[in-house]
Ligand binder design. Structure first.
Ligand SMILES: [Zn+2]
Length: 213
């Protein structure tokens, strides 16, 4: 799908996309491409390392904060492997679609994450915070679909997983209206960045959680 480029060309292209971040340098480390250096966020300097593995841009970048400023604790939105949890998985491609410039990854995900962290360092609380695990995923889907009803969220997710997005079906929310006159437009918007596979993975998390009740 992607034009094969020479490794030096890929590194050069990434460095050009980062023109607004002069202290971030792109280099190769075995099979991975690494972007590392200093990132200014509202007058504070964070040190970061972004890893693009050999499957990038199909795979999603991982980011580490390298000055040990952020404790590796779930309540700091850090994964146990030391990488930062920038958003729930299904939102990743909303902010950074395959093929987007790497600068988008920094602007739309990394900087907001670090701004949130900075706010926490100063005030002791986050500007915006998702709940952990499934509750956070449900909240995020609820926001995306414009509903708080768990059953509707489940049904809308099922529609994406099955790829059955036709507008004349009755809407999942139970309004009795056709999708196209109800939640269809939001459903279609979410389906642009949430793949069938992603929807299925998240549906299975719902199902597992219900089994454990
Ligand atoms: Zn509806």
């Amino acid at each position: 799908m992607f034009k094969t480029k020479a490794p030096t060309e890929i590194l050069h292209d990434l460095q050009v996309q980062l023109v607004n971040y002069p202290d971030l340098l792109v280099h190769k480390e075995s099979e991975n491409v690494i972007i590392s250096g200093k990132l200014p966020v509202r007058g504070s300097i964070f040190e970061v390392k972004v890893v693009l593995d050999k499957n990038f841009p199909i795979s999603f970048p991982k980011i580490y904060e390298t000055a040990k400023r952020i404790p590796i604790k779930p309540w700091c939105h850090m994964y146990l492997d030391g990488s930062c949890c920038l958003c729930v998985e299904f939102e990743q491609r909303k902010y950074f679609p395959i093929g987007a410039p790497i600068s988008d990854y920094f602007e739309k995900l990394v900087i907001p994450f670090l701004e949130n962290r900075l706010h926490f360092e100063i005030t002791g609380r986050y500007i915006k915070e998702r709940k952990h695990n499934l509750a956070g995923i449900i909240d995020a889907y609820g926001e995306a679909f414009g509903t708080k009803d768990g059953g509707t969220i489940f049904q809308m997710l099922k529609v994406i997983a099955e790829g059955n997005l036709k507008g004349h079906h009755l809407c999942e929310c139970g309004s009795g209206k056709r999708r196209r006159n109800c939640h269809g437009p939001v459903l279609w918007e979410v389906a642009i960045y949430v793949s069938k596979q992603q929807a299925l993975r998240d549906l299975n998390k719902f199902i597992e959680a219900v089994k454990q009740l």
